[in-house]
Design a protein around this ligand. Structure first.
Ligand SMILES: *[C@@H]1O[C@H](CO)[C@@H](O)[C@H](O)[C@H]1NC(C)=O
Ligand SMILES: *[C@@H]1O[C@H](CO)[C@@H](O)[C@H](O)[C@H]1NC(C)=O
Length: 243
């Protein structure tokens, strides 16, 4: 009886807590979206790593040459139902440190021929500053020696690309692709990496938690009310008063 009485209040409190988290998350996403609207930054020649968290989701403009020899393939990746990989290549900046660029998605049919389509010479890249990815317990560990990468481990990737000695900084940028669907298809058919859309892709599951907890609260309150009513009806026994 006590348990049934406590459940509505308990689940209501959880719902309210999730509602707070939801508001916080919406504010955070708004903030990041505003950041994304700002003018692209030109990255300094040497990047102060301790300020990167402040600049996550900022657009950055880069110039340099690809270090194709150290390309890393993140797999498995899926884009609109097509299986493939993400191509991460270090970008050697002429007067600055080397940074890592996720150039985007290539379907698995083109992985073998990536080497024959190397883009040489100076390139300009527009991207978005990111950090290491969240790795869940099902994500296998990266195996750089065998060229197997499953998740973005910025430190590990920078070391693979040569590390500090080779002036590689653990800075990770996702290249932005803003073309329309037709262009994306052309790229897909030719095996040219397709970058990502400039959006804030944070998970926001708080709303579903809010709904679940409040629904449970309503349901258990209803059950509690039913139990109380039945007890009142049963003869010879009176309900003790609550509250
Ligand atoms: C990096 O940025 C932090 C925070 O702004 C600052 O305290 C630190 O002195 C900077 N380091 C260098 C080497 O500029
Ligand atoms: C790099 O530095 C050299 C010499 O200081 C300069 O001539 C060149 O324009 C610089 N390149 C870039 C991309 O800033």
């Amino acid at each position: 009886m006590v348990l049934i009485g406590i459940m509505p209040a308990f689940t209501f409190a959880l719902g309210t807590w999730q509602l707070k988290r939801l508001k916080w998350k919406i504010n955070l996403i708004d903030e990041l979206e505003e950041k994304l609207e700002l003018q692209p930054l030109a990255l300094p020649s040497k990047i102060n790593l301790s300020v990167i968290p402040e600049f996550v989701f900022r657009r950055v403009a880069l110039k340099g040459r690809w270090d194709h020899a150290h390309t890393m393939l993140l797999s498995p990746r899926v884009r609109e139902g097509v299986h493939g990989v993400h191509v991460v290549t270090p970008l050697v900046r002429e007067n600055g440190s080397t940074v890592l660029v996720d150039r985007g998605f290539v379907s698995k049919d083109f992985v073998a021929s990536l080497d024959s389509k190397r883009e040489e010479g100076e390139v300009e890249v527009l991207g978005m500053l990111r950090t290491s990815q969240y790795r869940n317990r099902f994500t296998p560990d990266n195996d750089p020696d065998n060229g197997m990468w499953y998740w973005v481990d910025v430190e590990g990737m920078a070391n693979y690309a040569g590390g500090e000695e080779a002036r590689v900084q653990p800075v990770f940028i996702e290249q932005i692709f803003e073309g329309h669907a037709g262009e994306a298809n052309t790229r897909l058919e030719k095996g040219i990496p397709i970058g990502r859309a400039p959006t804030v892709d944070l998970r926001n599951s708080h709303l579903s938690y809010v709904i679940t907890w409040y629904a449970l609260s309503g349901l258990t309150a209803f059950m509690f009310w039913r139990v109380l009513k039945n007890k009142q009806k049963s003869p010879g026994r009176r309900m003790p008063r609550f509250g």
